[in-house]
Design a protein around this ligand. Structure first.
Ligand SMILES: [Zn+2]
Length: 153
């Protein structure tokens, strides 16, 4: 599929998809390409290089004013920023409500699990092996991404 920018005598610009570049002229001559804004079939290729996979298939006049969808990369960035924000919020909540046990996380999690320590929410550092061992023992731990700023305490 290939998309072309087209224009009609009233200077409406629109895009249309074609199977390949060879059929464009044929379809225009046959009156198969219609301006979605005024219905004119006297359309011509707008002076612009054809682009593949630019936006969507030629729209009806109804949604011609619909807002342009953001570029996929922008969407992805926004999603990642949102996720980072959510993680940051989660982290803040944990740092506020949970006890920081630092490097003794695995030890303390185990003590809480076996009733040797006060039952409470804790957070701290644990190696992958420690985390795996805890999970193997049925101790619930939730790995958190490291925050960008390093914790001084
Ligand atoms: Zn038109």
């Amino acid at each position: 599929m290939i998309v072309y920018d087209l224009s009609c005598p009233k200077d409406h610009r629109f895009e249309s998809w074609f199977r390949n570049s060879n059929v464009v002229e044929k379809l225009i001559k046959a009156g198969q390409v219609v301006c979605p804004h005024c219905g004119s079939t006297k359309v011509q290729k707008a002076p612009m290089a054809p682009m593949i996979g630019k936006t969507s298939i030629a729209k009806s006049s109804d949604d011609a004013a619909a807002p342009q969808a953001p570029q996929p990369t922008g969407e992805l960035t926004a999603a990642m920023e949102k996720a980072a924000e959510a993680f940051s919020e989660l982290r803040k909540a944990i740092e506020k409500n949970f006890d920081n046990v630092g490097g003794k996380f695995a030890e303390e999690a185990r003590r809480i699990h076996y009733g040797e320590s006060e039952k409470r929410g804790i957070y701290g550092e644990a190696t992958i092996k420690e985390t795996k061992d805890l999970l193997d023992e049925g101790i619930e731990v939730l790995p958190l991404p490291r925050s960008r700023r390093s914790q001084a305490n």
